[in-house]
Design a protein around this ligand. Sequence first.
Ligand code: SF4
Length: 434
Amino acid sequence: MEKESKKVAFYTLGCKLNFSETSTLARQFTEGGYQKVQHHEAADIYVINTCSVTEHADKKCRQAIRKFVKQSPGAVIAVTGCYAQLKPEEVANIDGVKLVMGAAEKGELYKRVVELVEENSTIPEVHSCEITQVDNFFKAYSMGDRTRSFLKVQDGCDYRCSYCTIPLARGKSRNIPIGELVTQAHEIAASGIKEVVLTGVNIGDFGKTTGESFLDLIRQLDTVQGIERYRISSIEPNLLTDQVIEFCAQSAKFMPHFHIPLQSGTDKILGLMRRRYRREVFEDRLAKVRSLIPNPFFGIDVIVGFPGETEEDFQDTYQFLERLQPAFLHVFPYSERANTPTVFMEGKVKDSDITDRAHRLGLLCDQLHRQYYERCVGTEGLVLFESANRKGKMYGFSERYIKVEVPYDKQLVNQLVPVRYASLSPEGHMIGKL
Ligand code: SF4
């Protein structure tokens, strides 16, 4: 079969970093003459970029592999990402897998798949190395719906939170020089994309390998013509410095939108988690942002059911979050991961209690989210509209990440449009008036 007729499909699990990497891999294949198809279609090659944040994520990966093998028997199944790095042999032993690429080898995936297709080999190949040896950086940005791009600015993490396997899967904190990231931002701008989301594992730690800082990075990116908006995907509270906040407050491009992991509202659990701040620091960071930026959107990550978390601790976290009044909560039920110190911790929380606590925080999130939107009704925002026509409606996001619905109009796609917030839809979106 000619290379031009080969179809390739991609399946991504996990975080925005994985999405940006898959998007880059997909561009390599299409630029090489392969035809990109949806993952539910028959294909000659499937590339699976995995996550290993929970047991469930591992399971979803195995299920996806089996589904693709059944869908297209004989296809080249190439697996990369965190699960592939952490358990390469387990992945390779799944029937149908032809290639497993660890963290250091991800950037070579396209080249190796092309060789495999030509060799027509049936023996599974595993390329991986010890995570401590990984120091290369796979440059990546996504080009999904042509309005927003996820730009990978940093990889790996030097922190050692007791529940986390990411440092084992992605290696040490590293980045490429700011100059190269600015070049990538120019490429994104040249493609017509107006919004860039800065992604990484621990992006506040940017600059470890280049002697630069996160503040230097955002100052430089702010000058790129054509990019109208930046969002910081997630930043550790201890790294959200006064200088970073002050810079974002005066920048027209850095949005009043912050995603910050709290994980627990009690110092006891934060200590057990080996987080590098206590709740007073967290509260102080939010107060600093609010002192300089009106009505910011805060999204906060929380883990429920960490070993040792009693009902009283949970209540404490719940009340702390009620007081902080964020606009959104990302709630993660605790899931034990192999090779982390939490395996040996006492005070494991029953699954039913974990589910119950996640449910209660889910309800709190609904309430906080609605309250935030209600506070915004009657005000105005600048909305970047996306391309999808959903039953005559279109959607976009404001500076403060408010999801706004207006009647579909092709002219508005990828435009920044002033919108008045009229009311909430039954689904909880903002109905906008142009
Ligand atoms: S900061 Fe902690 S939770 Fe986040 S990636 Fe690093 S070790 Fe994991």
